[in-house]
Write a protein that binds this ligand. Sequence first.
Ligand SMILES: [Zn+2]
Length: 323
Amino acid sequence: MTGSFRVDRREFVVSATAAAAFLGINSRMVFAESPAAADLMAKGYYSFKVGDIEVTTISDGIWQKPHDPGFIKNATVEETKAALTAAGLPSESVPIPFTVTVVRTGGRTIMFDSGTGAQLAPTAGKLAANMAAAGIDAGKIDMVVITHFHPDHIFGLMQKETNAQVYPDAQIVVPKKELAWWTDPGVLAKLPENRQGLAKRIQSTLPTWKNLTAAEDGADVAPGIVAVGAYGHTPGHTTYIVGSGKDQLVVLADITNIPALFVRHPEWHAAFDGDPVMAEASRRRMFDRVIADNVIMTGYHFGMPGAGRIQKDGNGYAYVPLA
Ligand SMILES: [Zn+2]
């Protein structure tokens, strides 16, 4: 890393701090795009421990989403850009990172969600390479636990052309409610045209897999890992609590998209949320829970390190990353 990069970065943070002050936003949010975060993004993974649970967050890459007035139903593109700037992020597009959580607990290696499978954005699809860099053998993953069936979370389970399983030897655990919704024969009629292909791909793959298990809300999907339904983003969107003794990690998945927009503004309704009112209620409930328990959580779209704590901050919340 060059000295000039550091200088640019400092100027960038100063301007972001000024923007934060102008908007009345806590300057703590500036750390969302700290040099440490940029370095970790380049490295591709981050490891830490919660009690005796070994946790590794692995970057699958990032999607630079072009601005679109329909993206946030109750915020303008200008407000979106201002919030990105206030968090120290570039504002020319919406940077949406993908970050998979892997835990080693009770002698098993368990991965939450599966990345994009290099099937969504040319700048994503780095999971396999970064997993190898982190020293995790994809062939030795015992279980893949899925939070919901959006493409960025399940396409990594299947090969692009053939739909062949990427993890044929792992147990694949999915939320029962999510599976039931997407495989209902009537679902196509309820979906916009741009989601119908997804439903068809789900219907022709997941239910045929012998290694697939559907978990009820509240079920123990593995020793110490409990499914906690948090619906709204999708009908069966599910978070997971990983516990070992008194220690807990919460896998929040898509309870919120990027922190700069939706942790700071939990009331903003992203187009990705199927039922935005229910999604906001689930978001606030889960945020209040991880705050009350003071636990570390991971977020799929939080960028590296992909893990940290949530704090109350005025009318919204603040994300305080580890590292
Ligand atoms: Zn997602």
